[in-house]
Design a protein around this ligand. Structure first.
Ligand code: PLP
Length: 445
């Protein structure tokens, strides 16, 4: 790197890219320079259809004018306000709106900036809540195999994706995992929630017997596991988890970082399943991805348990410099307006069947092992190629960008399709057609 202050604008070496094959990317970069609606624009002027809403966050489509205007306006009005001991009106307005949107007595909202921070926040609130109630012995957490809860030490500890954990040492102590809800033999090519597998929730009883339920603070799951390849919950599974956690006074945390804000055709997965968790972690779609933003919505008793002690003291020793950031609040308020005024959650529900049928029509493409559509998200498992695990998935992602003008998120040899909720039938067909071509081409390679 030069030390004279000049940086070559197109040098790729300095940026250590996250969750990226850096060497392969830098050998053949995949760049976006602009975005509008359903599409990204490449530096060479191609329109690339966005089949995964960025990273499951651009639910209202790119560069929605109301969201853009709100962010611009906020930046000029109040660039930053201290998050600790001071406030600004939009943070209270947004918290009230989210409390109103969320089910039952999920009435209090803590803000952070990323999904990973929201997960750490939820886990810490769970510990603090039990301690406040004189149950400080409840320190254990139970996550789930194949769960993804971000990359903080809390998130990887309760998460269940081996590659994200294996080099990071002991992580949080006292964590156990439920089995994944997915068994291909029993569930392949289910549309929506599979019929088989509700009994997997009963594994919680076995785990609790080992650790004793009185030592467990919380169970955390994604209602639909997203990043691991879209695993919808078996019918009745989440209801059973709720019943068991309730029986033993254990908090149930839903990680709705992907599932909230319309992805499943409702404001929250909790609405779709009529299951009220004790906390909901959210991020991504809350600002349409336009400003980093996340949070935790907690039930009233959790907040109220904290409201004692000396009045001049913070009740929870936790928070971030960017909690309730003015730009994020403005983006989120505008985003919620867009979701409401454009009826995007209803639109997602209305397109669920068409989307599922289009995805299922890829069933006979070469080497397709399973297709799992639910709401506006779908996992597609492919047989690995001779290049080894993940090589075919990588090739599809790269070929999609370079040859077929489609952006798609892959994990290993699994594709995850999750288009913006503004997608119309012709967009969904275009996504299906391009996927059909690259899946076929990748089988021939
Ligand atoms: C369910 C879930 N939880 C947490 C996270 C982490 O969010 P972030 O990358 O903003 O930290 C993600 C990100 O994809 C997620 O899908």
């Amino acid at each position: 790197m030069s030390t004279d202050g000049n940086v070559t604008p197109n040098a790729l070496a300095a940026y250590w890219m996250p969750f990226t094959a850096n060497r392969a990317f830098k050998a053949a970069p995949r760049m976006f320079r602009a975005a509008q609606g359903m599409h990204y624009l490449t530096p060479d002027g191609r329109k690339v259809i966005d089949a995964t809403s960025g990273l499951y966050c651009v639910n209202a489509g790119h560069a929605n004018p109301r969201i853009v205007a709100a962010i611009k306006d906020a930046a000029g009005k109040l660039d930053y306000a201290p998050a600790f001991q001071f406030g600004h009106p939009e943070a209270f307005e947004l918290a009230s709106r989210l409390a109103m949107m969320s089910p039952a007595d999920l009435d209090h909202v803590f803000f952070a900036s990323s999904g990973s921070e929201a997960i750490d926040t939820a886990l810490k609130i769970a510990l603090s809540y039990h301690r406040r109630r004189g149950e400080g012995h409840r320190t254990r957490f139970i996550g789930r195999e194949r769960g993804y809860h971000g990359v903080g030490f809390g998130g990887i500890s309760v998460g269940g994706m081996p590659a994200n954990r294996k080099v990071y040492g002991a992580m949080l102590g006292g964590v156990d995992h439920l089995p994944a809800t997915y068994v291909r033999d029993k569930q392949a090519f289910s549309k929506g929630e599979p019929e088989w597998g509700a009994h997997l929730a009963d594994e919680l009883e076995r785990i609790l017997a080992l650790h004793d339920p009185s030592n467990v603070a919380a169970v955390i799951v994604e209602p639909v596991a997203g990043s691991t390849g879209c695993l919808p919950p078996p019918k009745g599974y989440l209801q059973r988890l709720r019943a068991i956690t309730e029986k033993y006074g254990i908090l149930l945390i839903f990680d709705e970082v992907i599932t909230a804000f319309g992805r499943l055709g409702a404001a929250f997965a909790s609405d779709r399943y009529a299951v009220v968790p004790d906390m909901i972690a959210f991020a991504k779609g809350v600002t349409n991805g336009a400003v980093p933003m996340s949070g935790v919505i907690a039930r009233a008793p959790i907040y109220e348990a904290h409201m004692d002690g000396a009045e001049h003291m913070p009740e929870l020793f936790h928070g971030y410099t960017y909690s309730g950031h003015p730009l994020a609040m403005a983006a989120a308020l505008a985003t919620l307006d867009v979701y409401r005024d454009e009826g995007l959650f209803e639109r997602a529900a209305g397109h669920e069947q068409l989307f599922a049928d289009l995805m299922m029509s890829l069933r006979d493409a070469p080497g397709v092992l399973d297709i799992r559509p639910i709401g506006m998200i779908c996992g597609i498992d492919l047989e690995p190629s001779g290049g080894g695990a993940g090589a075919r998935g990588y090739e599809i992602m790269a070929r999609g960008y370079h040859d077929e003008d489609i952006y798609i998120r892959v994990g290993g040899d699994t594709l995850v399709v999750a288009p913006p909720l503004i997608a119309g039938p012709s967009d969904l067909e275009a996504i299906r057609d391009r996927l059909a071509r690259i899946i076929a081409a990748s089988a021939r390679a």
